[in-house]
Design a protein around this ligand. Structure first.
Ligand SMILES: [Zn+2]
Length: 506
C-alpha cells in the first residue's frame, strides 16, 4: 500500500489522515461530549470539524512540502514524535496541552520527567511517532507544476472557507469551548501554545518592579517559617474534615488554625508566584523574599522543588546544598529541608527572619516514592506512573500517605520553633495548588483555573503561632496573597503596600 514514490497531494492527504487517526481522539471525544449530537446542527458541526481538520492539515502539509520537501519532512517527523508523547499524556492524565502546560513541560527537570517513563509511553512513541517517521523519511515525494499547485491550494482554501461560513451558527459554541479545543488538535495545540508561552515569558522576563522601601519597627526577635506545599489539596487533610486520619500530629497541636483557601492557579510556577507576591497580577513585582532581604530581614530559602520566580538572596539552598549537613534516611525526602534549621536561625545576627521551605511531597505521579516507608500508613498503594492503571483506593492511599508525611514535617517545624524561647514564631503552610485523583477522569493538575475542578484549587492554609506572639483573626476564605501581608504584620515591618485587611494576624 505504501509506495516509494508518491504524489505530493496524496502524501499531504495521507499525512493529514494519519495525523487525524492517531492524534485526534481526545479532540473529537471532547467535541462529541459537548455538543448535542442528536440535533442536525450538532451532527453538521461534528462532520464539518472532521472535514476541516483533515483538509486544513492536508493543505498546510501540502504548502510546506511544496516549498521545501526537506523542511516538510523534518517538521512532519517532529510533529509525529511530539504528538505521540502529547497524546499519551492527554490520554493517561487528562491534561490539556495549553500555554501553562507547555510552561510546566519546559520547566520540568530531568528527575521529574523521568518519573513519567512507562512501557505505555514507549509504545505510543514507537507506533504513533517512530513508525510514521520512518515512512516519511524514506518516501520520495513527486512535486506538481506551479499551475496545479495554484489550483489545488485555492480550491482547498475555498472549501475550508465555505465550511467555516456554513457553520456560522456554531461560532458561539466554538468560542465558548475555545480554551479546551484549542489545547487538543495536534500538532497546532503545542505549536501555538509554545509560541504563546515564550511570548509571555519574554514579557515577564523584564526586571521585577521594586516595591517601596519598608521599615522594621521593633527589635523583637521573630521568625516566620513559610512552608510551600506541593499539590496538597485540603479535602485530604483530616483537619479539614477528611474521614481518614491524615493529620495525627497536627490535630493534637495547640495554637494551630486552619482556613479554607483557594489557589490563584493550578500549576506550580503561578501558584508559588501568587504565594510570594502582594497582589494577584500578571506583572512581576518584587516577591516577598527579595523584598524582605533588601530591607534587612534575614531570608533563607530551602527547596526540594523548582518553579519559583527569581529569588535574589544570599541563603538559597537546594537539595545539593543541604545534603552535606543532613543525616539519616529522611535526607532522601522532604525532611532534608529541616536539617540544621534551628541552628541556622540561632546563628543569625538579625532580629527578623523569614524562612521559606519549598517542599515537593505530594507531587505526582509517583506519590508512593515521596515519603519514607514507615509513613506508609494506608495500604495497598499505587506504585505505577500510569495512574489510570491503579485502583482509586490504591491511588488515594498513596496520596494520603504523602499528607501523613506532610503532617509530620509540619509538626517537626513547629517542634523546632517551640524550642526557640527568645523568638516569637509562626509557621504558615500553604499549597501551590490542589490535585485531581481520578475525579472526572482527571489526574494531577494544570487544568485552566476558570474551568478547573475544585480539587485542583482548594488548598490547605494552616497556621501555628507560638505562645504570646500573635493572635489569629477569624479569617473566612483566604487566598495565597494573604501570605505577603501576614508576614509583614508578624515581623512588624511597615510598608506603604501593606494591607491590614489581608493580614491573617490581629
Ligand atoms: Zn505544584
Amino acid at each position: 500500500m505504501l509506495k516509494n514514490n508518491v504524489k505530493i497531494t496524496h502524501f499531504a492527504l495521507l499525512m493529514s489522515f494519519l495525523n487525524f487517526l492517531f492524534f485526534h481522539f481526545p479532540f473529537f471525544s471532547y467535541v462529541v461530549k459537548n455538543v448535542d449530537y442528536k440535533s442536525f446542527n450538532g451532527v453538521f458541526l461534528i462532520i464539518s470539524l472532521i472535514i476541516v481538520v483533515l483538509v486544513v492539515n492536508a493543505l498546510i502539509f501540502y504548502l510546506i512540502c511544496s516549498l521545501s520537501r526537506y523542511v516538510g519532512k523534518f517538521l512532519l517527523v517532529l510533529f509525529f514524535i511530539i504528538s505521540a508523547v502529547a497524546v499519551y499524556f492527554i490520554n493517561t492524565y487528562g491534561v490539556l496541552i495549553d500555554k501553562s502546560m507547555i510552561g510546566n513541560i519546559l520547566n520540568t527537570n530531568y528527575a521529574e520527567s523521568s518519573s513519567f517513563f512507562s512501557i505505555k509511553l514507549i509504545i505510543y512513541l514507537v507506533v504513533f511517532g517512530v513508525l510514521p517517521s520512518i515512512y516519511i523519511i524514506k518516501v520520495k515525494i513527486i512535486n506538481e507544476t506551479w499551475k496545479r499547485f495554484g489550483i489545488t491550494s485555492s480550491l482547498t482554501l475555498l472549501l475550508i472557507l465555505t465550511l467555516v461560513f456554513a457553520n456560522a451558527s456554531n461560532w458561539l459554541w466554538i468560542d465558548k469551548n475555545a480554551k479546551v479545543i484549542g489545547a487538543l488538535p495536534m500538532p497546532w495545540s503545542y505549536v501555538a501554545n509554545t509560541y504563546l508561552f515564550y511570548k509571555d515569558k519574554f514579557k515577564s522576563n523584564e526586571k521585577e518592579i521594586l516595591l517601596p522601601d519598608a521599615t522594621i519597627k521593633d527589635n523583637q526577635k521573630s521568625v516566620v517559617v513559610l512552608v510551600i506545599g506541593e499539590s496538597a489539596r485540603s479535602q485530604n487533610f483530616s483537619l479539614y474534615g477528611y474521614k481518614k486520619n491524615t493529620n495525627p500530629l497536627l490535630s493534637k497541636m495547640d495554637n494551630l488554625f486552619h482556613f479554607d483557601a483557594t489557589s490563584c492557579a493550578t500549576y506550580t510556577t503561578a501558584g508559588v508566584k501568587c504565594i510570594l507576591e502582594h497582589t494577584n497580577t500578571d506583572k512581576l513585582y518584587e516577591i516577598l523574599p527579595n523584598y524582605l532581604y533588601r530591607n534587612n530581614v534575614e531570608v533563607i530559602w530551602r527547596t526540594t522543588n523548582w518553579g519559583e520566580p527569581p529569588v535574589h538572596i544570599k541563603n538559597y539552598q537546594n537539595r545539593e546544598a543541604l545534603m552535606p549537613n543532613c543525616k539519616g534516611e529522611g535526607c532522601n525526602y522532604d525532611e532534608i529541608l529541616l536539617a540544621g534549621l534551628k541552628d541556622q536561625i540561632l546563628a543569625s545576627k538579625k532580629n527578623k527572619i523569614l524562612i521559606v521551605l519549598h517542599t515537593s511531597t505530594s507531587h505526582g505521579p509517583t506519590y508512593s516514592k515521596k515519603y519514607p516507608p514507615q509513613f506508609e500508613t494506608f495500604k495497598p498503594v499505587c506504585n505505577s506512573v500510569e495512574l489510570g492503571n491503579c485502583s482509586q483506593t490504591e491511588l488515594i492511599n498513596a496520596y494520603d500517605n504523602t499528607i501523613v508525611y506532610t503532617d509530620y514535617i509540619l509538626s517537626k517545624v513547629i517542634e523546632d520553633l517551640k524550642q526557640l524561647n527568645e523568638y516569637k514564631s509562626t509557621m504558615i503552610f500553604v499549597s501551590d495548588h490542589g490535585e485531581s485523583l481520578g475525579e472526572k477522569n482527571l489526574y494531577m493538575h494544570g487544568v485552566p483555573i476558570s474551568i478547573a475542578p475544585k480539587e485542583q484549587y482548594e488548598i490547605p492554609f494552616i497556621v501555628w503561632v507560638s505562645n504570646g506572639s500573635k493572635q489569629v483573626k477569624a479569617n473566612k476564605v483566604l487566598s495565597q496573597n494573604n501570605v505577603f501581608h501576614s508576614v509583614l504584620n508578624f515581623l512588624n515591618i511597615q510598608s506603604p503596600i501593606y494591607d491590614e485587611g489581608m493580614s491573617i494576624y490581629k
